[in-house]
Design a protein around this ligand. Structure first.
Ligand code: NAD
Length: 490
């Protein structure tokens, strides 16, 4: 049966929303309606609407990239309904999510996006726009004002080209109208995602109008949050299995795991729904978010990154296969236990060994089919965040770092785009692929890559032990391949 409002009550094998979707105001505008948003925030909001029958908190989705036309074309004909398929060894569950009740494709309708954000009913603008959507220079911590899209928006481009361009335009209208700013809620995987959002948006506003910047700085809110739910890319088999197992015809379902976590700082300037009623950890102290964030980025994301590049070189297709391989499994476990765990702050009431065990269980989920090529996306945003900080801290502590270093070397080796049999392959997308691949190919030497200051800063290049280990790991990968090198350092 085709998924849409009219057929909702005839779907038998899955959970469906029973609330009246037509009468709920849009309290949230979400930019970047990809897999993750649809498996995470939109699910929490769906639970709120279902359980508390809230009338002010539906989501209006927004796509800003030209390729988001595909999401619009999938969602709109099904009245913005979609299915979340939760996969685990005991079996799959399907749940239709109703919290997104409208979708605006910004390239065709920029004014509608600005007007929706500026509308007094909108209390939160949330986003999952990937690291590159923030135009954040990791090294200088400044807004990348020189980027052509950012430069255009700073000069007042209409329609805007960036997330900040849109958000600023809407906030400036609210300022003029004497309204409160909305909360800008980042759900991207970045440490201090709220702080970065605030700093980049205020820098943007300062360029455009210092009065708006001052108003926003005084009245705005940018909660930090830690988000966690592994959400692979949807593939055509998922669409087919939903149809055959559950009888639902959905153009673009989402596949995810049973686990879900969201820790968010309780800092909202224009109200929020009672997220804590549906399993969200809403915390008063930003320190609590930061601790969870650190654990997650340094354990989960670092392990993913380490498995991604070396796993690709080693010929694996999925994460569960990689962690299930005795040598790779040992490598990842030891990396977490010996090189990362000792650096992490304790979190009262949470056992780090159990956390690591749970992670390994999640990575091992054979039904999730999380592709290595997805994990390899955007390495230039990942290595500096997930791997390098642990290396830098181990340098200072004089502790072990060879496994983390091998993960870095594997990324450098991967960037050449030539596999271990000498065949060219297409790198997973990264906004800096052209530049990085050229350096990786011309030099065949890890030091040139390590010299890119805005990625790696100065500290690591100056450390003799690290440089030696990195060079050896890189040369080892070249000579002996990933499997042998992982075995050596595991
Ligand atoms: P996706 O490819 O399904 O969706 C990405 C969305 O981001 C798209 O809607 C796209 O239009 C938007 N986007 C990308 N660049 C943008 C830009 N410059 N400006 C505005 N919008 C932009 O990916 P996803 O799986 O939904 O992941 C998105 C983000 O969610 C990740 O980058 C990460 O920060 C976070 N996240 C994902 C997972 C996961 O397991 N997939 C887990 C935790 C956090």
């Amino acid at each position: 049966l085709k998924l849409n409002s009219a057929n909702l009550n005839s779907l038998e094998n899955c959970t469906v929303p029973t609330y009246d979707r037509s009468s709920i105001k849009h309290g949230i505008v979400h930019v970047g309606v990809g897999g993750f948003h649809r498996a995470h925030l939109a699910v929490y909001v769906d639970s709120l609407l279902e359980q508390l029958k809230l009338k002010d908190w539906a989501i209006c989705g927004v796509g800003m990239q030209s390729f988001d036309a595909e999401m619009r074309d999938a969602l709109v004909p099904q009245d913005n309904l979609y299915t979340v398929i939760e996969r685990s060894a005991p079996g799959s569950k399907a749940r239709v999510i109703g919290s997104i009740t409208d979708y605006i494709f910004a390239p065709d309708n920029s004014e509608a996006v600005i007007a929706k954000m500026a509308h007094p009913d909108t209390h939160i603008v949330s986003m999952t726009i990937t690291e590159s959507g923030y135009f954040y220079n990791e090294n200088t911590h400044q807004l990348m004002t020189e980027h052509p899209d950012m430069a255009a928006d700073l000069a007042g481009a209409n329609p805007p080209r960036t997330f900040f361009g849109y958000v600023y335009a809407a906030l400036a209208r609210r300022y003029e109208a004497g309204l409160k700013p909305f909360t800008v809620l980042s759900c991207d995987n970045m440490q201090k995602n709220g702080h970065i959002t605030r700093d980049m948006l205020l820098a943007f506003a300062q360029h455009r109008d210092p009065d708006v910047a001052a108003w926003l700085s005084q009245n705005g809110a940018f909660p930090n949050s830690m988000v966690d739910r592994i959400t692979p890319r949807t593939v055509s088999e998922d669409v087919q299995s939903l149809r055959s197992e559950f009888g639902v015809e959905d153009a673009w379902p989402v596949v995810t795991e049973p686990f879900s976590q969201w820790v968010v700082e309780d800092k909202f300037c224009d109200g929020r729904p009672a997220f804590e009623k549906v399993g969200v950890q809403v915390v008063k102290d930003v320190k609590n978010v930061e601790e969870f964030e650190l654990w997650k980025l340094r354990l989960l994301n670092a392990s993913h990154t380490a498995m991604g590049y070396s796993g690709y070189l080693g010929g694996f297709q999925y994460i569960h296969e990689t962690i299930g391989h005795p040598v790779f499994g040992k490598y990842i476990r030891n990396m977490m236990n010996e090189e990362v765990k000792p650096l992490l702050p304790p979190i009262p009431g949470v056992d780090v060994d159990e956390y690591i065990q749970t992670l390994i269980g999640r990575f091992s989920n054979p039904t999730l089919k999380d592709e290595i090529t997805r994990i390899c996306l955007g390495g230039s945003g990942k290595l500096p965040q997930f791997i390098m900080p642990s290396i830098a801290e181990q340098i200072v502590a004089g502790g072990p770092l060879r496994r983390l270093t091998l993960a870095t070397a594997a990324w450098f080796r991967y960037l050449r785009g030539v596999d271990e049999q000498g065949r060219d392959f297409q790198l997973s997308f990264d906004p800096r692929n052209d530049e990085l691949q050229q350096i990786a190919r011309d030099e065949g030497n890890p030091m040139k890559l390590l010299s890119i200051k805005d990625l790696f800063g100065d500290d690591l290049r100056g450390d003799e032990r690290f440089v030696k280990e990195l060079t050896e790991a890189y040369n080892g990968l070249e000579r002996e391949g990933a499997m042998k090198m992982i075995e050596k350092v595991a």
